[in-house]
Design a protein around this ligand. Sequence first.
Ligand SMILES: O=C(O)[C@H]1O[C@H](OP(=O)(O)OP(=O)(O)OC[C@H]2O[C@@H](n3ccc(=O)[nH]c3=O)[C@H](O)[C@@H]2O)[C@H](O)[C@@H](O)[C@@H]1O
Length: 485
Amino acid sequence: MPAGVVDAAAKGVRLERPAAVLLRRASGAKQLVTASSHLLFRATVLATLALVVLFAVHYPSLLSRSFTLSSSSSSSSAEPALGSTSSPRRPSSHRSLLGSGATYGGAAWERDVRRSATPRRDGGLSVLVTGAAGFVGAHCSLALRARGDGVLGLDNFNAYYDPALKRARQRLLASRGVGVLDADINDAALLERLFAAVPFTHVLHLAAQAGVRYAMRAPQTYVASNVAGLVAVFEAAAKHADPQPAVVWASSSSVYGLNTDAPFSEDHRTDRPASLYAATKKAGEAIAHAYNHIYGLSITGLRFFTVYGPWGRPDMAYFSFARSIVAGEPITLFRAADGADVRRDFTYIDDVVRGCLGALDTAGRSTGSRSGKKSGPAPLRVYNLGNTSPVPVTRMVAILEKLLGKKARKRVVTMPSNGDVPFTHANVSHAAHDFGYRPATSLEAGLRHFVDWFVQYYKLDVKGTTGALAGKTTKRKSMAMSAAS
Ligand SMILES: O=C(O)[C@H]1O[C@H](OP(=O)(O)OP(=O)(O)OC[C@H]2O[C@@H](n3ccc(=O)[nH]c3=O)[C@H](O)[C@@H]2O)[C@H](O)[C@@H](O)[C@@H]1O
């Protein structure tokens, strides 16, 4: 090879080398950029997924069918499970934590809300029922609807007791034209929106954290529901409704606490609550006074006395005892420290429903307005809704044993120091005078209705387990609430 050529070739090689290196570097950089953008993309996707999972864990409610007028049976198709009625579980997270970014609103939503809340009779009420998928709330909603009032329900479906039972009540309400919003009373934005959409004449506020003894296990849920939630409802009714509705709400016989004068009258002392539950209800009565005084809200508090019946609360003694008797499990019976039987003024649900409707019908108008001015004093009332005849809990168990055809396995212990009180006994003369409240159901008759429902709802084999029930239950109307039937 000639030298020039060699040189040239060498030069060529020399000349070509930097170009190839540059080319390789360029393509390396490109690959690097591509690879890192893939990496970045994947990291972003992973981070997004992680956020979604975190979000779902902390706020499952938002991913569910929130704030819709749930009426379909898809909300819970689970078969009723007797075993799932026993001990209370912690309530699920409150929707109020989500702030105001929820998915309610829109023309279709407002149309559904208004349809449910519109009365079907002249002069009918338009009632917002909170806790509508609860025991008393569901019965009252059906009774109001049955007489032609408009009812919109609201419930957070928390897991204090089996939410499947609440969903079953919700389906029953839907079948009668009552919509129940899946929402929390602590969601101020939602309440504001509702009062903007509907001129409710009344609020029947029954949403609460119930249960006397559970308050020792989950104290903050009582404050969140019974104090903060009550304030949220009063705030919305006082400041965002035009005109202001009258509010009727659930207080409790437990406010009498350590009171020993009997029968309990509304004029007796209620400043010695025995449980945090009672204290939050007593606080509610004081809060009601303030909202009535400042904003002219018409407010009626109803002190319920151990309400029982079909579609009841599984955490209550009569219900959990029935479950245990059927399952052959032991029950614990409390005895007062002096050895006396613990007694309760058990009140049947239909009587309580009549009391609630009487209180709504006689509530009287609120006198305030959104501007904050009131035109004069508004009604502020409180009533006992009891049965006026206390019965020993041991007698309640004996009736259940007879109805279920099976003996209870009893364990009797001295009442622990858990907020319980040894007896309750209502004087209902004020409610009788003001709206004709007259409880008419004996514990025997009321528990018979309960057991009929209980056996049917949980599809119990009454022939196998309950001689006394066989035959009776087959005649029963299917899933009908007595209040509306
Ligand atoms: O009247 C009221 O204000 C209250 O009535 C009931 O509270 P309570 O009367 O304690 O009803 P249960 O929990 O069903 O207890 C009824 C009776 O059974 C007794 N009991 C309860 C549970 C148990 O395991 N053993 C037992 O002997 C209690 O001491 C009580 O005397 C409701 O649970 C409250 O939400 C309501 O506010």
